[in-house]
Write a protein of this length. Structure first.
Length: 213
């Protein structure tokens, strides 16, 4: 977004986007550990933030990697062996609500994996060479994946081991589970749980946070 400060650390109304995002997980039933992948520049700041928001559970800030998958793998190394479920959430989705998080948990317990998502509202085109349209998938079958994505811990570790052994880079965590034949179900969420990617997203986030305040 043309800003030297990483998006999770941009501030709105005096708080970082990361703080808003993490606060959405306060009070989630069964939450035992919170781990954030970040850069070494923001490691100390992130550790302090985690200690402030989650004083009663285990927290860690770890240095991320070149790819999102590398960052999650580094976080995975810090998770205790007693964890039953692992949830992955984007630091720049600060508007996920607790009810949707807990719906995802319920479905992950039942099926092995769940992904918060919303039905695609636009027609999607598959492109070929020179931008030629190759196919128009049936929109009724298409969903936009969000986070959190939640999985049985053993299944998640198996998927990451497979990805590392086979040099497989997935577009999200559920694609790694799919690659080993695991089952992942969609849980309908909200369009409000958008990812802050472009400058206009930051403007919308600023508006929503100020309205909430």
């Amino acid at each position: 977004m043309g800003n030297e400060i990483p998006k999770p650390y941009l501030k709105i109304a005096g708080k970082s986007i990361l703080e808003y995002t993490l606060s959405r997980f306060q009070g989630v039933s069964g939450l035992g550990e919170v781990i954030v992948s970040t850069s070494d520049t923001y490691l100390e700041e992130t550790e302090k933030l985690l200690g402030k928001l989650f004083p009663d559970i285990t927290t860690h800030a770890v240095i991320g990697g070149n790819e999102r998958q590398d960052s999650i793998r580094n976080a995975l190394k810090k998770i205790s062996g007693k964890t039953g479920l692992i949830a992955v959430h984007d630091a720049v989705r600060p508007f996920v609500n607790k009810e949707d998080i807990e719906k995802c948990i319920t479905e992950a317990v039942r099926w092995g994996g769940s992904v918060l998502a919303i039905p695609a509202k636009d027609t999607i085109k598959v492109s070929g060479v020179d931008g030629e349209i190759v196919k128009t998938p049936d929109r009724s079958t298409l969903w936009q994946a969000q986070t959190p994505q939640i999985f049985w811990a053993a299944l998640f570790r198996e998927a990451y081991d497979y990805a590392e052994t086979n040099n497989f880079l997935g577009s999200d965590d559920s694609s790694l589970i799919e690659a080993i034949g695991g089952k992942v179900v969609l849980v309908e969420g909200s369009s409000k749980n958008f990812k802050i990617t472009f400058p206009v997203d930051l403007q919308i986030a600023d508006y929503l946070i100020n309205v909430e305040n």
